[in-house]
Design a protein around this ligand. Sequence first.
Ligand SMILES: [Zn+2]
Length: 255
Amino acid sequence: MPAQTRLFMCLKDNFGVLLHDPGSGRTAAIDAPEAAPVEAALEATGWKLSDILVTHHHGDHTGGIEELKRRYRCRVLAPEGEAGGIPAVDETMREGDTVRVGAIEGRVIVTPGHTAAPATLYFPADKLVFAGDTLFSIGCGRVIEGTMEQMWQSMLKLRALPDDTMVHCGHEYTLANIRFAKTIEPDNKALAAREREVTALLAAGKPTAPARLGDEKAANPFLRADVPEVAKAVGMAGAPAAEVFAEIRTRKNKF
Ligand SMILES: [Zn+2]
């Protein structure tokens, strides 16, 4: 049976999401920014929390873990390289590990850059990826603990996934990301199409996640640093892609 998801807002602009296996009844929260919205989503769906899959150690992704674990006695899985900074961890995840939520099976992709060793969780049969703060719709996370080169390599790992993969991310930043992306590629038709879609979603009070990865590949400048026109647009024709990526990320920091 295909996985079911439930998306909701937490804190100021964090996405919370539940991943549910209808066969076994197991339900995972992908990150736990705070407990109350996760509990409200569980109540609305009637699902029972069995697991918390943590993408990275930042407090706005882990703040609800202890309270939820006390209440539901759920299993907490965290990336091995960041487990020391995450509360109440039961099991750790490494690159290539298989993660199971009942019959739903995912693969761990470690994507350093935003933090040292975050876990991006890819569920191929369900065509879902949970990218935390590594990849946003039309954006990417700030490069805080890793290097620009590592973050670019992480972008390439995610770009290698199939176009019909739906990308869940950690924050509702899409409209601001689009405003920035237009400064890099003002004539990108896929970007214009995503802007129309996002404007309509937000006007209807709906979230802009998940995003289709194929659309992101066509419109997200951070996935396009090796496209010659993008390098040219930032005055770096012929430069290595990681340097073009670093330039775009640096411009976004100042935007
Ligand atoms: Zn973060």
